[in-house]
Design a protein around this ligand. Structure first.
Ligand code: GDP
Length: 334
């Protein structure tokens, strides 16, 4: 983006009118790390935030996180679910959180060629993972992009990720419902599923339940239900169900979406739905404070000046870790 003054008001209006080129420009703006862009991006987001939209135009979106190992069938499923929902009158956006994609050269989530039907659909918008590098940077851009897409009238936001590092936690913290796609695994193979992802999931779906794998998938679903019962207490507001489906054949899409809506209903009735979104915003605020504090600490000239010496003393045992930490923080404060 060249250095020129961006008319934030005009851009906001064009985004609201769902002009695709404007939306792409707005997303590029929130993905930018340049200081002047960051400021303009925040002005844009304020103008487009639901609080400043009239209630008549504000869309009530469903933000859905989808995770699963490469090959589990995420893009096939998202393509099928997206088309299914568009058929019901929804407008669907697909985002990806994959900070590793640029480094590993692996499959790039949100790559349009992986979603053949959605990518040419007028009521769909697909955006691959920003390549901002750190997970924090990618998460920030993705969260802000969600605001833009909702302002443009997309009422289903699908956020795709893979189980690399902290990316699942990051996505679970920005969506209403977090869905884990898995393949038919039973017995010992169940051990291969990270316990962490089962704790995060609001919905588990055993995918590729078609052809000769259908029975296998059903029994895997039963075993997984058992495993989940051990994680979630009986009196939990929501106990994650385990579904079987086939993204390829389009079987189980209705049930999947009904479950997403049911989850929303249960949380809403308990007063938890809006509260969850509000809590996510507050948590997110503090995450950014933490990230920026760490960056400022690392860049601080006083800290830089003593850092090597302090580390050397800790290595040699002439300074305790606690005293060293105090010295570094004192230098930061000075
Ligand atoms: P992703 O890496 O998780 O996005 O997985 P893909 O959607 O690219 O699918 C990986 C492979 O599994 C492809 O060859 C798909 O055709 C196949 N596949 C995806 N979904 C299904 C399904 O529901 N049933 C079967 N049998 N194959 C599937």
């Amino acid at each position: 983006m060249q250095k020129r003054v961006i008319d934030v008001d005009a851009l906001a209006e064009a985004v609201r009118d769902n002009e695709r080129a404007a939306l792409a420009r707005a997303i590029t703006l929130v993905e930018s790390t340049r200081a002047d862009h960051r400021q303009q991006a925040q002005q844009l987001l304020l103008k487009l935030s639901p609080a400043s939209a009239s209630s008549a135009t504000a869309v009530v979106s469903n933000r859905v996180g989808i995770t699963g190992v490469p090959g589990v069938g995420k893009s096939t499923f998202i393509d099928a679910l997206g088309m299914h929902l568009i058929g019901k009158g929804h407008r669907v956006a697909v985002l990806a959180v994959d900070p590793s994609s640029t480094r590993t050269g692996g499959s790039i989530l949100g790559d349009k060629t992986r979603m053949a039907r959605l990518s040419v659909e007028r009521n769909a918008y697909i955006r691959p993972s920003p390549t901002a590098g750190t997970l924090g940077g990618v998460a920030k851009a993705t969260r802000e992009t969600i605001v833009l897409l909702e302002a443009a009238g997309y009422d289903v936001i699908l956020v795709e990720t893979v189980g690399v590092g902290q990316s699942e936690v990051t996505v679970a913290n920005m969506v209403d419902v977090f869905c884990f796609l898995t393949l038919a695994r039973t017995g010992d193979q169940l051990q291969g599923i990270k316990k962490g992802v089962l704790e995060l999931a609001d919905l588990v779906a055993v995918n590729k339940a078609d052809g000769k794998h259908e029975m296998e998938a059903k029994s895997a679903a039963r075993e997984l239900s058992g495993a989940l019962r051990l994680i979630h207490p009986h009196d939990a507001l929501w106990r994650p169900p385990v579904l079987t489906m086939s993204g390829l054949e389009g079987v189980g899409l209705d049930k999947f979406w009904d479950t997403v809506l049911e989850h929303r209903r249960v949380l809403t009735d308990a007063g938890e739905f809006d509260e969850k979104r509000r809590r996510q915003q507050v948590d997110w605020t503090w995450t950014m404070v933490h990230d920026q504090l760490l960056r400022r600490l690392a860049d601080n000239p006083h800290v830089k000046a003593i850092r090597a010496q302090v580390e050397k003393q800790v290595r040699e045992g002439t300074l305790t870790a606690a005293l060293a930490a105090e010295q570094l923080l004192d230098a930061f404060d000075s």
